[in-house]
Design a protein around this ligand. Structure first.
Ligand SMILES: Cc1ncc(COP(=O)(O)O)c(C=O)c1O
Length: 395
């Protein structure tokens, strides 16, 4: 049995008639940019989120950039963010010219640790960006309270949390802005690049609409500087065609996660759901101290795994100029060496999930139990390493 990490081909085959119809409709219309399909998707996604406004844009990276630009974040400003994230989060901060300042994570939840925020605030801090990693949000009430106290903006990085909730509130509706990615392998994905920014404020909405379209208030009249970052009509139509299924897909991901956790909790550290969270398992991430050996063992059985992410942002070569030392983010650095993501997509069958579980149990037979309280130890001064695996279609 083969268990790929994801399967976008199968996904397309399953929804082919809806997708084909949506694409054909756009082709026949002769309308490709800023047309009725984008308007429809923005309305559809607003209804899905249940409040506020949505502005489509070209990618999740751009969504973060546009949200920060709408907060007037620029050179000389600092943005508090986690280093345990996809590097595009950091790319987007740098696109504004601002400096990322790294906050550690709550080890077992993998999201921003509210207790590490205030120590990192300076007179230059302008915004806090919790990354709702793997499919659950950070402790938003704690983060929003700190932001209010220090008069800071909050931008949620929702790239991995489409449909996740916190205390019943939708991810993307709790802060000043939510930034979504519709990269193809996300819980809802375009068939190409795509993203969106959500906001509860009409004023922010108007600003975003201008920013994404060269700063135009009306044709050829530019009230502010801007960029070209639009969600095209084909991608918008494809997203609208899929949105009615998002909740069903998220529920299936949760079933798969439960099946994994039931079978694995004795042998590895399984994911923890925050008590206030509805986790939508964009990724199912376990921890083990024998990660590389486990990944190799699974690959021999044709089970594909990945690491999200093998090198935290503050240890990446690109960001050495920020001058972070090994050991500066202990919880981040600890999990970085132990995490591994198992196959996770709605079309996975129970038999495939059981095969992965059995294989991991086989690997651990005869080895000591891996079950430890996550984050209870911190390791400082170790090197980071990753495993080369084809990542072309999955981030
Ligand atoms: C947490 C996070 N932030 C931002 C991004 C950037 O999104 P995109 O690839 O659509 O630019 C991604 C996806 O790659 C992500 O996972």
């Amino acid at each position: 049995m083969k268990v790929p990490f994801g399967n976008l081909k199968l996904h397309y085959q399953q929804y082919k008639s809806r997708i084909d119809e949506a694409v054909q409709r756009v082709l026949d219309s002769g309308y490709f940019i800023l047309g009725p399909e984008l308007e429809k998707f923005e309305k559809d996604f607003e209804s899905y989120l249940g409040s506020g406004y949505v502005v489509g844009c070209a990618s999740g990276t751009d969504a973060i950039y546009l949200a920060l630009a709408a907060c007037d974040v620029g050179p000389g400003d600092e943005v508090l963010v986690v280093a345990h994230t996809a590097v595009p989060t950091i790319c987007a901060i740098r696109m504004t010219g601002a400096t990322p300042v790294f906050v550690d994570i709550s080890g077992s939840l993998y999201t921003m640790d509210p207790d590490d925020i205030e120590a990192k605030i300076t007179s230059k801090t302008k915004a806090i960006m919790p990354v709702q990693l793997y499919g659950q949000t950070a402790d938003m009430d704690a983060i929003l309270a700190i932001a209010r106290k220090h008069n800071l903006k909050v931008v949620e990085d929702c790239a991995q949390s489409s449909g996740a909730t916190y205390k019943g509130r939708m991810s993307g509706t709790m802060a000043d802005f939510g930034a979504f990615s519709f990269y193809p392998s996300k819980n809802i994905g375009a068939f190409g690049d795509g993203g969106a920014v959500s906001t509860n404020s009409r004023e922010n909405y108007d600003r975003l609409v201008m920013l994404r379209n060269y700063g135009q208030s009306k044709r050829y009249y530019h009230d502010s500087e801007g960029v070209n970052s639009r969600l095209d009509e084909i991608q918008a139509a494809i997203l609208s065609a899929q949105l009615p299924y998002l909740n069903e897909w998220n529920e299936r991901r949760r079933q798969i996660a439960k099946r994994y956790s039931d079978g694995l909790k004795e042998v590895v550290v399984t994911p923890e759901e925050g008590k206030d969270n509805y986790h939508i398992y964009h990724l199912y991430v376990i921890q083990t101290s024998e990660r590389e050996a486990l990944m190799e063992f699974l690959l021999e059985r044709s089970i594909q795994t990945l690491i999200h992410y093998p090198v935290p942002a503050h240890m990446q070569k690109a960001y050495q100029f920020l001058n972070y030392k090994t050991g500066s983010l202990p919880a981040t650095e600890y999990v970085t060496k132990r995490i591994v993501s198992l196959p996770m997509f709605p079309q996975l069958t129970d038999d495939q999930v059981d095969f992965v579980v059995e294989s991991i149990r086989d690997f651990h037979r005869g080895r000591s139990s891996e079950r430890k309280v996550p984050g209870s130890e911190t390791h400082v001064g170790q090197e980071f390493y990753g495993v080369a695996i084809n990542t072309t279609s999955h981030k």
